[in-house]
Design a protein around this ligand. Sequence first.
Ligand SMILES: *Cc1c(COP(=O)(O)O)cnc(C)c1O
Length: 377
Amino acid sequence: MDTYRRWPVRFTHGRGSTLIDSDGKSYLDLSAGIAVVSTGHCHPAVTRAVGEQAARLVHVSNLYANGPATELAAKLAELTGGMQSFLCNSGAEAVECALKLARRHGGSRRTIVAADGGFHGRTMGALSVTGQPAKRAPFEPLVGDVVHVPFGDPDALARALGPGVAAVLLEPIQGEAGVIVPPDGYLSRARELCDGAGALLVLDEIQTGVGRTGHWFAFQHDGVTPDVVCLAKGLASGLPIGACLARPEIATSFRRGDHGSTFGGGPVPAAAALAVLDVVDREGLVERARDAGDRLRAGLGRAFGGAVVRGRGLLIGVVLPQPRARAAAALALQRGVIVNDVAPDVLRVTPPLVITDAEIDAALSVLEEVWDEIGTT
Ligand SMILES: *Cc1c(COP(=O)(O)O)cnc(C)c1O
């Protein structure tokens, strides 16, 4: 079905931050398949883990345990101070799980408060909490009892909270909205407000998680402890996976039979995620995201003639002075650099966490040329 606007290019190979197309032309990938390919294209350790697991065991269903899923849940618990996991296949599914868990835990509390501009996925439940009216309108009526408040405004959040609210669902940094960082203290204030109102704080870390912002999870930057966390994109560096994590007191609100997934927690994506978490750890990619992000943000500001550059670590938005993001992304692609035009005036830059300083500098010099040509016309 024709649901995507695609660029006229077909990629055939990838390694690290480099992609090769069907004509043999090489590109520096500053998008990483929309913040997914965290350890770079075809990282040898991830490729090996996938190949070995695919040769050993691919599927048994969740009627039986499997080693990689069990190990992955243990590893995620270790990274989050003991959260329990439900493993699924995508970001939207992780959000669906969080919504069901919030209502199951909340009893008579049914309302979900989410943020304007927020993005949580395309399935009906995830779309219901997504705060982008244009994506929602054609599919209404959606799931009810959802309230949207302006992002970054603690007073608006306070006004929306009440005895009927099961959960507040937020992205720590809004990705699809154009990389919008809330004011300092917003998440910790949200935490306090949720505690005061007896609502869960659910953080959608599908785009921000697994090192991208220079912390394992973006909530660590703000020093808050969420009740529920959704992960997906970077977790298995390209294999389909999602995870809904919750503190044990909350996770145990789900009874047997309350939720399920045929493919969720399959051995191959779980083995990929384990390899990714190991590579992120062993190669110091969380710290690397911070350093590379500093270099890239500074360089992007220069390359785009003093444009506002926002974000954290390697989740970056370049706010152009003119709505020329599509044209800039098109010319950059032609010149061999991949960036994402997330909004008419915003380029989103989310390279693999393994990107080197030399690759950053090479990409920046191309982008500077691109903006010299595009920015003034
Ligand atoms: C991409 C994304 C989703 C949806 O993930 P899918 O895997 O496409 O379903 C949800 N929330 C956020 C913050 C995302 O960036």
